[in-house]
Design a protein around this ligand. Sequence first.
Ligand code: S3P
Length: 411
Amino acid sequence: MLKGTIYLQGDKSISHRVLILASISKGTSKIYNLSKSDDVKRTINILRSCGITIKTINNTTFVNCKKNKLEATKKRFYCGNSGSTARFMLGFLPSQGISGTLYGDKSLSKRPMQRIIRPLKEMNIQINSKNNTLPITFTASKPKAYKHKLKIPSAQVKTALIFAALHNDSPSFITDPFKTRDHTERLLKYIGYNRKGYARFDLKNFKYSVAGDISSAAFLITAAILIPNSNITLKNILYNKTRSGYISILKKMGANIRISRKKIQCNEPICNMQIKYTKNLNSINLYQDDIITMIDEIPAFALLASFAKGTSKITDAIELRYKETDRIKAIAYNLKKFGINIREHNSGFTITGPNNLHNTNIKDFGDHRIAMMCEIAKLTINYKEIKSKKLQKKINVSFPEFYKILENLYV
Ligand code: S3P
């Protein structure tokens, strides 16, 4: 069983955004509890190669731009596996007067970038890419004021456009009919931005405390619900409506979750969560609005739905095919191997449960969240199956403490 109380590293999604805005603030900004993931390290390294000093002492990160503007010592910027780094930097760097090339690992080099290239070009950002994938070359550009309504539910696209817009005196208007995660908007408000639209503003140094990562938490929550007698508490976890879809769905499925100490920290809702083993789970159907608020939690959800009684169906989740791997395919492939009754559709899948899992050889498809889904599936069979920490490197992309925390919680 899993037992104990933990504080998680800071949310990855928020960490990228805070670092980027801290790098253009005057003076030294202090960020507490930044994510230690490889993805966030990619953002840190790119900012450093543009002259930003970033140092972490104990759990506080100090960010300082000495020259009051970015100056690159390199022309090639490595984004690793991080879609957020690539897309945010494509909006941010050229408008900061930087020219160069963004490139990534094998998985990132296959991900669609047209979604961000097209609107950025319309904003006057000069971009060159062969197939609308990385590597992408860009030239220092002056963005023009721009009006854009998101065509696909992507907070990465929204944020890249906002970052570009912050370098023009006239405001740009970016509207998001899908209500994707709103961390950029909340963060800007927190650091004093209160104009309509997005335009240049004088950003002073700030202090920020990053809430615990809800997407990492999702795997621990899933494990605690599925492993008999478990009872864990997660403290100071992000509880933002645009990210907490999985928690609402778990409650509807009958999972034993108790939310307490709700409060606002740095303009983001946070809470404590107590999660207990739940014997009987109901199946559920998920639709587009649910999926947007739990887009990164679908692998964890799929595993959990395999234990629920009845048929759970996910539709309108085509975006899952454009993540670190085609997640619809990777979920179906692995869960089938565990003996689960799952059927893949064009924009989702159907799972009928409850299922009895048996051990198998998995394929992580180079995707950290598929790797964690498989490790939690194995953990429900037997702890010794994951003791060798075989997938540590893959999982470092988002949640380096994954195995260590499970080791500490396991009794
Ligand atoms: C993110 C947005 C989502 C999510 C990703 C992080 C962000 O991607 O899957 O892990 O920080 O804005 P999309 O914008 O592609 O949906």
